[in-house]
Design a protein around this ligand. Structure first.
Ligand SMILES: *Cc1c(COP(=O)(O)O)cnc(C)c1O
Length: 396
């Protein structure tokens, strides 16, 4: 399968992706593309990044054979432990890369938006490390709701801009961050939190996340002398899933499965499953599958896992679905919650609610595919979700 030349020069994966942005921003984004393509071949940049991934993030993260869970459900279930990274999830991989890119480009500041604050904490961490200023746009509603993450970002030295327009959540935060970036792009770099947004960001974030799949493939071979039958990851914007899929993309016998959040269930219409229910459309400067209402307007996404809560999805996933190299399935809130407790109680690992979606689907698959080998990307740890899960459980 030749996916090597993707995206094309205009940032398209088939008909998805691209750059639906103003002319002056397009010039700046093309500059970022050129700089990134140069740095990718620069030994100093690669060495510096690899040094940080090893000594700061703690890579390689292990692949762990979940013996108890496997015994219970019949298939062999393995976990790629991104939850063990510094700051507790895969997001640090691309945040460090983006901050290093900003520094090499001579920028003084990172501009980013965040919803639940997870991208905000990862990018504020990377900015602190690189000595960059960091402006984080966040809806006023989220600033109140996500206080622990807001506190962390402030401790890390980030400047939180509370956005008071419209619904005061992620969408308005993205809009405001873009307005600010347009004024400051000469001295700032916009740091997107997943494989979404205008070209070159899906390509850049994928590059920094592909380490996950690269490590996982060789670790899996070392452990088992074979490759997994299935590789499973949850899909929000799609960065942890694309990262692990990349390692196995040419292994045709390994099935790649992305798990989208079905939220309150199929009939409720409240979900964030863009690949399953979305239509082609443009959101935040790129083309992908987007959730829309009856009038064709972009619909609010919903999931119990706020990190999966996005009405669009990375363009490469749209393409992988179209060419059938990856399959996309769904898990609802309830199943994700039950997988959260299942992994905690059987293996002593508390997963993030996002990752719990992948675990839930892996358990279903294991019941029907005894003796198969399933590798799950455990994208993050669940410490951030504990208070919410306990409150939610008692109210059920
Ligand atoms: C943000 C987040 C996700 C979803 O983002 P992707 O870009 O789809 O990977 C998944 N898991 C965790 C732990 C997250 O923090």
């Amino acid at each position: 399968m030749n996916l090597i030349n993707l995206p094309d020069n205009n940032g398209f994966f088939g008909s998805y992706g691209g750059q639906y942005i103003d002319k002056d921003l397009k010039e700046e984004f093309d500059k970022i593309t050129n700089e990134f393509n140069k740095l990718k071949k620069d030994k100093n940049f690669i060495d510096e990044l690899n040094y940080l991934l090893k000594h700061y993030v703690g890579r390689p993260s292990p692949v762990y054979f979940a013996k108890n869970l496997s015994k219970k459900y019949g298939a062999e279930i393995y976990l790629k432990r991104e939850d063990l990274n510094h700051t507790g999830a895969h997001k640090i991989n691309h945040s460090l890369g983006e901050a290093l890119l900003a520094k090499k480009m001579g920028k003084k500041k990172i501009i980013a938006e965040t919803g639940a604050g997870q991208h905000g904490v990862a990018i504020a961490t990377a900015a602190a490390l690189m000595g960059l200023e960091c402006d984080i746009y966040m809806g006023e509603v989220d600033v109140i709701k996500e206080k622990p993450n807001v506190d962390k970002m402030r401790i890390l030295g980030a400047n939180i801009i509370s956005v008071k327009s419209g619904q005061k959540t992620l969408k308005e935060a993205v809009d405001e961050a873009f307005i600010a970036y347009k004024k400051e792009y000469k001295t700032a770099l916009y740091a997107i939190g997943s494989v979404v947004g205008p070209h070159p960001f899906p390509m850049i974030v994928e590059y920094f996340q592909s380490i996950v799949g690269k490590e996982a493939r060789s670790q899996f071979l070392e452990l088992t002398n074979t490759l997994p039958d299935y590789v499973i990851a949850c899909v929000g914007g799609g960065s942890n899933s694309i990262g692990i899929f990349d390692g196995f993309i040419n292994d045709i016998n390994t099935k790649l499965i992305g798990v989208e959040p079905l939220g309150k269930g199929e009939k409720s219409g409240q979900n964030a499953a863009s690949l399953t229910y979305g239509e082609d459309g443009i959101i935040h400067g790129f083309k992908c599958k987007v959730l829309k209402d009856e009038k064709g307007n972009i619909k609010d996404a919903y999931s119990i896992a706020s990190g999966l809560d996005y009405p669009g999805v990375g363009p490469k996933h749209c393409y992988l679905k179209e060419i059938k190299r990856a399959l996309y399935k769904t898990t609802d809130d309830k199943k994700a919650l039950s997988a959260f407790f299942e992994l905690s109680k059987t293996e002593g690992i508390i997963p993030a609610l996002e990752s719990s979606h992948a675990i839930a689907y892996a358990i279903e698959l294991a019941k029907e595919n005894k003796n198969k080998k399933i590798l799950v990307n455990l994208s993050g740890r669940g410490d951030k979700d504990i208070e919410f899960v306990l409150n939610n459980k008692t109210s059920q």
